[in-house]
Design a protein. Structure first.
Length: 382
């Protein structure tokens, strides 16, 4: 539902009832991920998408029906049709499972309150029950960044506590995902499946080195949704005018800035200075932090010398194995813009635990679930 958070927030403020259709499970090459939603109000206005176009008409009609009937939530499954690929179905070959429910903000304000936090960039998780006991499916529980339940309730007891803990963990990781919970009489007697929609702060891209490549990379990072910081120890080069696409430009020694700023497992650290007096203390620190990506620019010769210096500085072999150097994928990039594509492609592959190989050289589904990537060691395509 986060793909249409602004629209839903407005409809909730206007106390406008609507039907909400949410992708709660996917398999194969489904075009949009779990958590994506479309909403339809009583006037027939629609927002969002659940399939990129191929089943929107059928979902729209189901939303109109659920909204009119004011009945319980309904599930609908859409898959590829061998007999008629252009009938209602996914021509990409995937399958999607959609939950459609009626939401009335006037009688149930919890979603509207959570959406207010979300549109104001306050980290929030919305746990939506997609499978479970009768009467609980479709109910939502909202959790704030401190791990406390803020709006809504499921049973007012153990189920709330279990779902709150799971939603809080996913919020800390910044990841929307399904979770199978319950079945334990001591903690949560009912078995249920919740889809936790996570609205977290933007992941960070820290670019060190105020060079032309940094200007192109900051633009690419901003396009991908990163909060981009450019840092350089030289104030004459570290200016907002030179990096208009960066969220912030900092004039400071790179390692000193990294020591003082917040990072997490989604942070990408890109070292473009290729100057040992900056690189070595910076990389020594970065490789000891729980960041998701550390890459450094330079030639093969620069890379070999850098490894030697880092090893001499006490960096372990295990830490050195995390370093992506020379930075980027082998795309034949030469210009700053091409190099930015090469770097961001590697960051995406690293974050999704995939190989970065051409899809034409892979077999199996194009899109893989998080669970599949973990079990396969991250060797799939995009």
């Amino acid at each position: 539902m986060l793909n249409i958070a602004d629209t839903l927030h407005r409809w909730c403020r206007e106390a406008r009832p609507f039907a909400l259709a949410t992708v709660v499970d996917v398999s194969g090459s489904a075009p949009l991920p779990v958590g994506t939603s479309v909403a339809v109000d009583a006037d027939g206005n629609a927002a969002g998408s659940v399939s990129g176009g191929c089943v929107e008409g059928a979902v729209y009609e189901l939303c109109r029906q659920v909204l009119h009937d004011q009945g319980p939530p309904q599930r609908a499954w859409f898959g590829y049709s061998d007999d008629d690929a252009f009938a209602v179905g996914l021509t990409c070959g995937g399958e999607v499972d959609v939950l459609v429910q009626r939401v009335d903000p006037a009688t149930d304000p919890h979603l509207g309150l959570a959406l207010d936090d979300i549109v104001h960039d306050r980290p929030t998780a919305v746990a939506q029950v997609v499978e479970g006991p009768h009467g609980m499916v479709g109910r939502m529980l909202c959790v704030l960044a401190d791990g406390t339940a803020s709006y809504g309730t499921l049973d007012g007891g153990p189920t709330d506590r279990v779902v709150t803990a799971q939603a809080g963990a996913l919020l800390r990781s910044g990841r929307t995902a399904r979770a199978e919970l319950g079945g334990d009489a001591d903690t949560c007697p009912d078995r249920l499946t919740v889809l936790v929609h996570v609205a977290a702060s933007r992941p960070r891209m820290l670019i060190f080195g105020a060079v032309d490549f940094a200007a192109a990379l900051s633009r690419a990072g901003r396009f991908l949704g990163y909060h981009v910081t450019v840092c350089d120890a030289r104030p004459v080069f570290a200016t907002a005018a030179r990096f208009p696409h960066a969220d912030e430009v900092v004039a400071d020694w790179p390692h000193r800035y990294l020591e003082q700023t917040h990072v997490d497992t989604r942070t990408a650290v890109c070292v473009l200075t290729h100057d040992a007096k900056f690189d070595i203390p910076l990389l020594r620190l970065a490789l000891d932090l729980p960041v998701g990506y550390v890459g450094a620019m330079g030639s093969r010769r620069t890379h070999d010398e850098r490894l030697r210096r880092l090893y001499d500085a006490g960096v372990t072999e295990e830490q050195l194995a995390r370093l992506r150097s020379p930075i980027g994928l082998d795309l034949g990039a030469r210009t700053p813009e091409e190099t930015a594509v090469s770097i961001t492609a590697e960051i995406i592959a690293c974050a999704s635990h995939t190989s970065g190989l051409p899809l034409s050289r892979r077999t199996g589904p194009i899109h893989r679930s998080a669970e599949d990537l973990v079990t396969s060691g991250g060797s799939a395509g995009r």
